[in-house]
Ligand binder design. Structure first.
Ligand code: OGA
Ligand code: NI
Length: 324
């Protein structure tokens, strides 16, 4: 697991600058799907999440079973951490690895990057030295939240598997079952005067399999579909589900690894809490044999996840080369 957004994903390194700055005329004709998980017709639910993953690669879920106070406690703890003086936040500063707290002036259109990043699960890979000691409830709240996140992720992967005609555990197992890595990133986007020009998170697709994100109430997340950027409307207590590169590859392109970005707000601070779920670095990931055949040959190479990451990062670096 690496922090892909630690690498320069700013405008120049992305496939197309047009995409990055594509005018923000938003398609008003469609909204990012919202799926109510409390409906009793499971078949309906399966169809909804599959359709959203195929058409958008992103959707929001409500009535997902994570208690609201649990989400609020996570948000309060995160906010309290970011409100600390810099010297205190530096107690968990990033070193060589991707975990820890970092703030960096990037310049250009995404001019500020401040975040905390650390592993959540499995327990054997947790480095508590990167978990803030202040506020004191941080660890307990985050551990409790992790349990809910795992449960919800596995439920969603179960429905997606079923919708693909596979056993419920298929997608979870294909990313290593209990060895799959869960990592939390808290993104901190202070207000910026030129918010129309300032990207909080540059356009990207997530490298892992799936991410479950909780935003603060300030809108900013946008998804790219049909050559347009769409705002994700803030829905109280919703969890945003983002399909990443590996689910796209496993499903042989049937699910979309949504291109997304986050804008900053002119006046208000915005914070987001994505939990990224990815296979272990040494897992082989590619189109599932059950989903490919003569009619539908594999569109992607099966790769060790670490090699996939290296290739993706190298691709960005190559795109940084001047064009003659
Ligand atoms: C990310 C991401 C969006 C947001 O961290 O990968 O897409 O709303 N964040 O902060
Ligand atoms: Ni992302």
């Amino acid at each position: 697991m690496v922090d892909e957004r630690d690498h320069d994903t700013s405008s120049s390194s992305l496939p197309s600058l047009t995409k990055q700055l594509a005018d923000t005329t938003l398609g008003g004709s469609a909204d990012v799907p919202v799926v109510d998980l409390s409906v009793s017709d499971e078949g309906f639910l399966v169809r909804e999440v599959v359709k959203a993953s195929e058409e958008w690669g992103v959707f929001q879920v409500v009535n997902h079973g994570i208690p609201t106070e649990q989400m609020q406690q996570l948000q309060v703890a995160g906010k309290q951490f970011f409100d600390l003086p810099e010297t205190e936040k530096d107690a968990v500063a990033k070193e060589e690895d991707f975990e820890g707290y970092k703030r960096k002036y990037l310049g250009g259109i995404n001019n500020w990057d401040e975040h905390l990043f650390h592993r959540l699960s499995p327990p054997s890979i947790i480095n508590y030295k990167y978990w803030p000691k202040n506020p004191p409830q941080y660890r307990e709240v985050t551990e409790e939240y992790t349990k809910h996140m795992k449960r919800l992720t596995e439920k969603i992967l179960g429905w997606l598997s079923e919708g693909l005609g596979l056993p419920r555990v298929a997608l979870t197992q294909s990313m290593g079952g209990d060895t799959a890595e869960y990592v939390l990133r808290i993104n901190f986007y202070p207000p910026t005067q030129h918010s129309e020009l300032t990207i909080g998170a540059a356009a990207h697709s997530d490298m892992g399999a799936i991410a479950l994100l909780v935003p603060s109430e300030v809108p900013g997340l946008q998804a790219f579909k049909d050559e347009q950027w769409f705002d994700l409307n803030y829905v109280n207590s919703a969890v945003v589900v983002i399909i990443g590169d590996q689910l796209m590859r496993m499903t042989n392109g049937r699910f979309k690894n949504v291109f997304h970005r986050a804008k900053t707000d002119r006046e208000r601070l915005r914070i987001s809490w994505p939990v990224f779920v990815a296979p272990r670095d040494d897992m082989s990931v590619g189109p599932l044999p059950e989903l490919t055949g003569d009619e539908n040959p594999p569109k992607f190479e099966t790769l060790i996840y670490k090699d996939y990451i290296d290739q993706k990062i190298k691709g960005w670096a190559l795109e940084d080369l001047p064009v003659y």
